[in-house]
Design a protein around this ligand. Sequence first.
Ligand code: FE2
Length: 362
Amino acid sequence: MRFVPMNSVRKGAVIAKPLIDSNGSLLLKEGVILSDPIIQKIQDKGYKSIYVKDDYSQGDIEDVIKPEIRRKVTNKIKDTFEFFAKNQGRETQNSAQIYKNLDELYDMSKAIVDDLFNQKDIMISMVDIKSMDNYTYSHSVNVAVLSLVIGIAAQLTKNELYEITMGAMLHDIGKIFVPKEILNKPGKLTDEEFKIIQQHTVKGYEYISQNSSIKATTKIIALQHHLNMDGSGYPSGNKLSQIHKFSRIVSIADIYDALTSDRSYRKAFAPSEAIEYIMSLASSKLDIDYVKVFVKKIIPYPVGTIVMLSNGETAVVKKLNEGFPMRPVVELIINGKLTDEKIDLMEMNNQVIKEIVYEISG
Ligand SMILES: [Fe+2]
């Protein structure tokens, strides 16, 4: 399995991960062989990259949480956002229905934490595919899972993990106040539009602050997740010492997932590029200690990724070397064909992975 931008997907490739739309319905199931019309249809639906299996990459990439759980949580987050959106400014936000919804979401957070807590060696090698219309909900689940994995590695307590997972799921609740046209705008935002987007932190915070069943840490994460360690970011006027540790973790997860997602105005960054970018922010904007933890937990080149080596040769990642995710075992591809010739990059001092390749010329 490998993650390929749509413009590099060729007919004959096989869908490796089901494509789900924002209503939770299945658009295409795993195993469908792609034809030109199907590729066109996927592009028309707004997907910019998908997971495929082809001759080069047959293996699976294990997701951290099971797809059924991911789907259930995504739908519950969607319900919660929609409920709040419908009841803006009304007393009903403290109704029995929303309590029930929030309780269910908290129970799901707990179940995910309990499931992952004992898997200390868990690594993140993939995130969910998001289309334009389910971006916010699917992104919320990814940010929760990423925050949880960082939190486990940073040795947060179980109660803290329950809270950070729940808070991460609702971190962008203020997006209900941003018009869809601005959220999904394909081009560059005007200053005015950018200001409206920035308000999602304060507005989300103020809005859920009226709800007595939402934990204080969830409210803080909603307010602070775009604040930077150097005082930049928004909302402005916060002092660094006041950025809660949960907010620091969630902001790393948020940036990583946003970068590795297709957006209306660009296609996704490869994991390796997103990691580089996050490392470049570590000394100024992000909490360097949590960035260090995060980098150990992310696999930049999952098995199945096709890469170019520093000597110009093409190869596919076959096996990871534990603790050295940048230096996996690869198999050379020559003239578009797999060669069976394996190279362990751990043993090669003079060769490194230069970049990810999506199209192979035979
Ligand atoms: Fe946000």
